[in-house]
Design a protein around this ligand. Structure first.
Ligand code: TXA
Ligand code: MG
Length: 332
C-alpha cells in the first residue's frame, strides 16, 4: 500500500494566499514558488517552524537556511548590511541573488546553523512576494526537496518529494530561472566571494562592486568550504541514476553506446535521433537550458536508464551555473 499524500496544491487566489499566510504566521510550513526553485517556507523568526523545515527535508542542522524578505527595509532587522551589500540589493533585488552578511541577534540560531552570518534574499516571484507581504514575516526557505535530491521547479516536483510530509503547496507555475540563486559572501566587503553560481553572473556582481570576486573553490567538500557553505558539498542535487558529463555530445557517440543509456544534449541535434536522445533547449539557448535542467533530470531519473549522459554548457555566466549543477549531479 502506498502512503496517501497529505499535501494539497493551492492556486494563487486571493483567498488561498490569505489562508496560507495565516498558516505561516501559525508556524506551519508552506511550499512556495520562486523564480529560482520552489522553497519550503516557514517563519524565520520562529525557531519551531525552522526546526520543522530541517526535519521535513531531512536536512542536517549544520546546513543554514536562506531568509527571504519582502522589502529592503526588512534587511536591517535580519542582517547588518554594508554599503556593498546595499548596492547589490538595489541592483538585483527582487531577484535570484542571496547575500551572506553578519546576522542580527533576532535571527534564531537554528536558521544560521549557530553561525554569526545569515543568508538573505528578496525573491521576485509575485506569489512568494505576496505571501511575504501578507504574512508580515521574513520566511526561511531552503529548496523544497528531500535533502540531497534535485531541487523542484514545479509544484508537482514538490509533491513528488515531500507530498506525504507537508500539507500546503502554493502553485506558481514552472520556475522562470530554474536554478538556485547566486550566493555571494559579503561578510568582508573587501573580499567578496562567490559561494554558488546562479543566474546573476559573477561578472555583473563584479561590475557593481568595482572589483573582481573570488571564484568558488571547486575543492568542494574541503573542510573550510564545508563550513562556509555546506551547500557546496559535492554530493547535492543528485539523481539516483549514475550521471556522466561530456564537454560535447554527438549522435555518433550515442550510436556506439548501450541503448539503455540516455543522452541529454544541450541543443537538439540535427538528423535522425534515436529515442534515448533528449535535449535541454531546441536552439541551445542557455536560459531555456537552465529552466529545464532539473525537470529533465527528474524525468530521466525514473529507474529506466542505466546512465544519464549530460552535455556541459560552454562559456561563463549562466553556463557556469548550469555546469555547476551538472557537476554536482554527477558527484555521487
Ligand atoms: O534560489 C534559492 O536560493 C532557493 C530559493 C527557495 O530561494 N533556496 C535555496 O536554498 O536554494 P537551499 O537551502 O537549498 O540552499 C541555500 C544554500 C545552502 O547551500 C546553504 O549552505 C547556504 O545557502 N547558506 C545559507 N546560509 C548560509 C550562511 N550563513 N553562510 C554560508 N552559506 C549559507
Ligand atoms: Mg537545496
Amino acid at each position: 500500500m502506498t502512503a496517501t499524500p497529505r499535501a494539497r496544491i493551492y492556486r494563487g487566489t486571493a483567498h488561498n494566499l490569505r489562508l496560507l499566510a495565516g498558516k505561516l504566521r501559525q508556524g506551519e510550513l508552506v511550499a512556495v514558488p520562486s523564480e529560482t526553485v520552489y522553497g519550503l517556507a516557514g517563519d524565520a523568526l520562529n525557531p519551531r517552524a525552522c526546526r520543522r523545515i530541517f526535519k521535513t527535508k531531512g536536512r542536517p542542522h549544520t546546513d543554514p537556511l536562506i531568509v527571504h524578505i519582502h522589502k529592503l527595509e526588512q534587511l536591517a532587522a535580519i542582517a547588518r548590511p554594508n554599503p556593498e551589500a546595499l548596492a547589490l540589493a538595489r541592483k538585483f533585488w527582487p531577484g535570484p541573488l542571496t547575500l551572506i552578511l553578519p546576522k542580527q541577534d533576532e535571527v534564531p540560531a537554528i536558521v544560521t546553523a549557530g553561525g554569526a552570518s545569515v543568508a538573505v534574499r528578496m525573491p521576485a516571484h509575485p506569489l512568494f512576494r505576496r505571501l511575504l507581504q501578507l504574512s508580515g514575516r521574513p520566511l526561511a526557505a531552503p529548496s523544497a526537496n528531500p535533502f540531497g535530491y534535485v531541487s523542484p521547479t514545479t509544484a508537482e516536483h514538490v509533491r513528488d518529494g515531500l507530498g506525504n510530509r507537508i500539507r500546503y503547496i502554493l502553485d506558481g507555475g514552472a520556475a522562470r530561472v530554474g536554478l538556485e540563486s547566486t550566493i555571494v559572501d559579503l561578510r568582508d566587503p573587501a573580499r567578496p566571494r562567490l559561494l554558488r553560481p546562479g543566474a546573476i553572473p559573477m561578472a555583473a556582481i563584479g561590475r557593481v562592486l568595482g572589483k573582481a570576486i573570488a571564484r568558488p573553490s571547486h575543492a568542494a567538500g574541503a573542510p573550510d568550504q564545508a563550513q562556509i557553505a555546506p551547500g557546496m558539498l559535492k554530493r547535492h542535487y543528485s539523481p539516483r541514476t549514475p550521471v556522466q558529463l561530456h564537454r560535447k555530445l554527438s549522435l555518433a557517440l550515442v550510436a556506439r553506446a548501450p541503448a539503455d543509456e540516455v543522452w541529454l544534449f544541450l541543443k537538439r541535434p540535427a538528423g535522425r535521433r534515436p529515442r534515448n536522445v533528449r535535449w535541454l533547449d531546441p536552439h541551445g539557448n542557455l536560459a531555456g537550458a537552465a529552466r529545464r535542467l532539473f525537470s529533465r533530470l527528474r524525468e530521466l531519473d525514473n529507474g529506466k536508464h542505466a546512465k544519464i549522459h549530460l552535455e556541459l554548457a560552454a562559456g561563463t555566466g549562466l553556463a557556469a551555473a548550469i555546469n555547476d549543477r551538472m557537476r554536482r549531479a554527477a558527484a555521487q
